[in-house]
Ligand binder design. Structure first.
Ligand code: UDP
Length: 311
């Protein structure tokens, strides 16, 4: 039975990965310092093969016994979080990735880095292919996340090339679903919370910027296929269905039946104008593509938000 460490395992995506891999028969060690993760995301797990360790991965990681896989998901990941936690974001992407890679090398484990479409910055190529190097402002407010992840990719490739560690890099595009924090500041949780509570929907700028949203179960399936593949170069995983943020706000109003009104606020600095994954590679190499429609994904997410808000 494989033994797997998931850093950031009590976060939104980390906890879905815990569920998925336990279901596949893995023994799962979930590590989190809980600055943005929450034990309520893993509270439902009763499996004997599951263990939670409260630890900050920027410090030396000690795991007794063998490890077959390490999925490095620890990091603040929403713009609000990394603006509030800039140093922690830089440290977990750099020092934390170094520690996790060192552990992978020592254990002979396969290592998967959770990277991000933010490595493409405000892209000048559309849709974004893995070969595109990006357009990132290193000293802007988002630079702490973007550059930390770019460094994380570089050190991951160095451990692969120099130390022969079997590494994978997934570039995750916007994802949504149950267990997103209601207050994490991202578009879908903000719009859903606002719509369900009858508050104004805050669209930043004129709402013409685009994003492409992937439901969490599709993303987890893609990541786990990448983990088990022979691919070592970065791979985009996301849903290419692109829409403007205004269209998303309107869609959420309709799906929730809310009478909230849309208001316009300032666009945050360096907010990417367009974003859409080119998933040609994932389709060819992993035989993967998203299968959950936006309607179905939103229905499940709305259900979770209603339960969490006790509506
Ligand atoms: N956004 C918005 N209103 C909100 C939150 C976000 O208009 O209340 C916009 C944000 O400026 C960005 C897009 O929605 O253009 C997606 O933002 P998110 O924080 O979800 O993720 P990003 O893709 O920017 O990392």
């Amino acid at each position: 039975m494989p033994r797997t460490l998931i850093t950031g395992g009590a976060g939104f995506l980390g906890s879905h990965l815990c569920d998925y891999l336990l279901d596949k028969g893995h023994e799962v060690i979930c590590m989190d310092n809980l600055i943005t993760g929450n034990t309520k995301n893993i509270a439902h797990i009763k499996n004997q093969k599951f263990e939670f360790i409260h630890h900050d991965v920027t410090n030396y990681i000690v795991i007794d016994g063998p490890l077959d896989y390490i999925l490095h998901f620890a990091s603040p990941a929403s713009p609000i979080d990394y603006l509030e936690l800039p140093i922690q974001t830089l440290k977990v992407g750099s020092l934390g990735t170094h520690k996790a890679l060192g552990l992978a090398k020592a254990k002979g484990a396969t290592f998967l880095l959770a990277s991000t479409s933010e490595v493409y910055g405000d892209p000048q190529v559309h849709p974004q292919k893995e070969e595109y190097w990006g357009n990132v402002n290193p000293v802007g407010p988002r630079g702490v996340y973007d550059e930390a992840k770019r460094f994380a990719e570089a050190i991951t490739m160095a451990y692969h090339r120099y130390h022969g560690v079997n590494t994978k890099i997934v570039r995750i595009f916007n994802t949504y679903g149950p267990r997103m924090r209601l207050e994490d500041g991202r578009a879908i949780p903000n719009f859903l919370r606002q719509a369900l509570k009858g508050e104004d929907i805050t669209v930043y700028g004129d709402g013409s910027q685009t994003r492409s949203f992937c439901f969490c179960s599709d993303l987890v399936e893609g990541i786990c296929r990448l983990l088990m593949s022979d691919e070592n170069d970065p791979t985009n995983i996301g849903n290419p269905r692109e829409l403007t943020i205004l269209e998303m706000a309107e869609k959420i109003l309709k799906e929730t039946g809310s009478s909230s009104k849309i208001i316009y606020e300032d666009l945050p600095k360096d907010d990417p104008k367009i974003r859409q994954p080119d998933i040609t590679k994932a389709k060819a190499v992993l035989k993967w593509e998203p299968v959950v429609s936006l309607d179905d994904g939103l229905t499940e997410t709305i259900k979770y938000f209603k339960e969490t808000l006790s509506l």
